[in-house]
Design a protein around this ligand. Sequence first.
Ligand SMILES: [Zn+2]
Length: 455
Amino acid sequence: MTAVNVDEIRARVDEDWQRIVDLLVRKTALQSISAEGITGERMRRSAEFVAEELRLVGIDAKVAQAHNADGTPGAWEVIGSRVVDPEAPTVLLYAHHDVQPVPDPSVWDTEPFVATEVGERMFGRGVADDGGGIAIHSGALKALGDDLGVNVKVFIEGEEEMGSPSFIPFIEEHRDEFAADVIVVADSGNWSADIPSLTTSLRGNTTLDVHVKVLEHPVHSGQYGGPILDANTLAAMLIASMYDENGDMRVPGVDAEEPVGGLQRDLDEATVREDAGIVPSYRLAGTGSIAARMWTKPSVTVIGFDAHPVEGSFNVIAHETTFRLSLRTAPNQEPERAQRALADYLVAHAPFGCEVSVTPGENGMGWAMDPNAEATRDALEAMEEAFGCAPVNKGEGGSIPFIPELQRIFPDAQVLVTGPEDPKANAHSPNESISLPGLRKNIVTEALLLAKLAR
Ligand SMILES: [Zn+2]
């Protein structure tokens, strides 16, 4: 057991609080927008800043430039470590130091790159995503100080918002600096500022371009309309054939799963309606919990459709069309398998025997937490102690591509996805913010987790 209890850790975090707030303020001012140049000077300075902050909390940190698969220069990464005992478990702490761009500062209520406290929240680009992750790691390491009982490795990435193009080559090059028993990815968030969560799953993603052809060339709709349906209508029939009458996908071989580790609380329909801006008359498609529908069951979206624009349209039967499908796949299904199953289904369900051909696109694997892993149980306990209430876990309908990649490269590592965000954080949007009481509890949680993992 560890010598430090939750009250002691809380007191230490309180004592350190002004430093943590200052870190966020200074980090925000650096404007580390990777979209404006991953290899640029701003990103390098941001990495140097983070490395220096990590040194202040006992991490031997350095900045290294990654290389893309083709050998060209990549992101400015921060890596570091602190070895306390070669026999003790090793924990890798992940966050990223790049931030999203601010296309229109005028829609912000505060200056995006001047971190500003308003009530219990701090506003600024990157204060939550993922400055908050850096603050959590820094605060937890400082709180434990010489009571740290695990070896720590740190990786603060410089291009997460750009899809991590040099991430894999960088890990392969620095394998030893990454190898760990437990990986804590602090780039997600909690159910609310007061209710902690582990992120239990991510869906995978795949795309397919579907080509529908009925005629060798367009013909007059007055002359041939009737026996010959236009390619757009046939495509619409094909799209509709993927659903049953309840709006559930019914494509054999495209798996559906239930929320990983059980569902403590379903998503609230009214909140989902309000957040997404759903028109009042619309009934939610599909059956079962909303959480499963949004996190662990597949969903398919038509994201592109080549049809003639309304403006300038005339009386012809379109002879062919192409549409693009984006398929979100269940966390544990290989996206290639789902992609193949969907492609086979579409070809087999060609309405009236029109020609349907499918061009497969890119695949990204999903991810599911191991709910029974020791580190998972430690994290849930730490959350309950730090927040004073039971965690409500949540999934993620989208993907964080590097997490399944990390899991693939280090299959034995227990991956925990935590983070500073909450539903009000507005990551990637105007008026991004972080809950300061929430951040404090997140720091206490991570310090407690590291203490528990030391056992
Ligand atoms: Zn992020």
